[in-house]
Design a protein around this ligand. Structure first.
Ligand SMILES: C[S@@+](CC[C@H](N)C(=O)[O-])C[C@H]1O[C@@H](n2cnc3c(N)ncnc32)[C@H](O)[C@@H]1O
Length: 247
């Protein structure tokens, strides 16, 4: 590897779940020092990670904004989904590589933690062999949410299951029945199905719904008390705490 490639670093910067105070000192430093800042966003939106990082950026940095071709409109099971997203990530990686080849480090903003269901991993897959890559751990959305909900989640030997709400109802119910504690992510339009699965395995009364946890528009309520017909946004999750742990 040439000296130029060794000095330029691809950073995956975890910016935490939303509250600007939940971003690490290391993330703040790297954001300040990076000549190029990249981020993914839904078309027409500022971008959640970009919003969180805003106080740490300054006008002298070049910004690479990557608009997802689609977000939740096209299900991941759709025939064209994989190839379209793969082509999109190829283009993003190519644009980032141009900077890295020129010796400019690139900080990719990642909501929560970069290696926990983050789009950064698709860039890492494509670039890690050619360039220096570093991830900065971030506070995950789920830990932000359970702290915001004041909800102790796992005691002793409890097993925590992290489940995507996109799972088929029967699979979701089976996995929930096996779990001590659970976090259900990617809620959005899957909420009615998630609610039914929780009800089926007797966990609805223990479940807490958290919307935009730690952000300004945070909402937290028992899932059972929430209007089942009310739509849930992308940034929402359901927490099922484990056994009450008093010894
Ligand atoms: C693609 S995953 C990204 C996870 C992120 N990298 C992390 O470390 O938490 C997006 C999902 O995480 C959950 N999520 C992340 N942050 C959240 C927050 N602040 N409030 C509620 N849900 C959140 C939602 O379920 C959302 O659909």
């Amino acid at each position: 590897m040439s000296a130029v490639l060794e000095t330029a670093v691809l950073w995956g910067v975890g910016v935490g779940p939303g509250d600007p105070e939940l971003l690490t000192l290391k993330a703040a430093r790297v954001l300040r020092e990076s000549p190029v800042v990249a981020f993914f966003a839904k078309r027409g939106c500022v971008g959640n990670a970009r919003t969180i990082a805003d106080p740490h950026l300054h006008g002298d940095q070049e910004e690479l904004r990557f608009d997802y071709p689609f977000t939740v409109e096209v299900p991941a099971t759709d025939a064209g989904y994989r190839s379209e997203m793969s082509g999109f990530y190829d283009i993003c990686a190519g644009r980032i590589a141009e900077h890295l080849v020129s010796g400019r480090s690139v900080a990719v903003l990642c909501e929560g933690d970069p290696f926990f269901y983050g789009s950064f991993m698709y860039l890492h897959d494509r670039l890690a062999g050619r360039f220096s890559t570093r991830a900065i751990a971030g506070i995950t959305g789920m830990s932000g949410c359970w702290a915001a909900a004041d909800l102790p989640m796992t005691h002793g030997d409890d097993i925590l299951s992290v489940l995507p709400g996109t799972l088929e109802a029967a699979v979701l119910a089976r996995k929930l029945a096996e779990a001590d504690a659970a976090v259900i992510m990617k809620v959005g339009r899957n909420l009615p199905k998630i609610r039914r699965a929780l009800d089926r395995v007797g966990l609805l009364d223990r479940s807490v719904y958290v919307e935009r946890g730690t952000m300004a528009a945070e909402r937290i309520e028992p899932l059972a008390a929430r209007d089942p017909d009310k739509p849930a946004p992308y940034f929402s999750m359901v927490l099922v705490p484990g056994r009450r742990g008093a010894r």
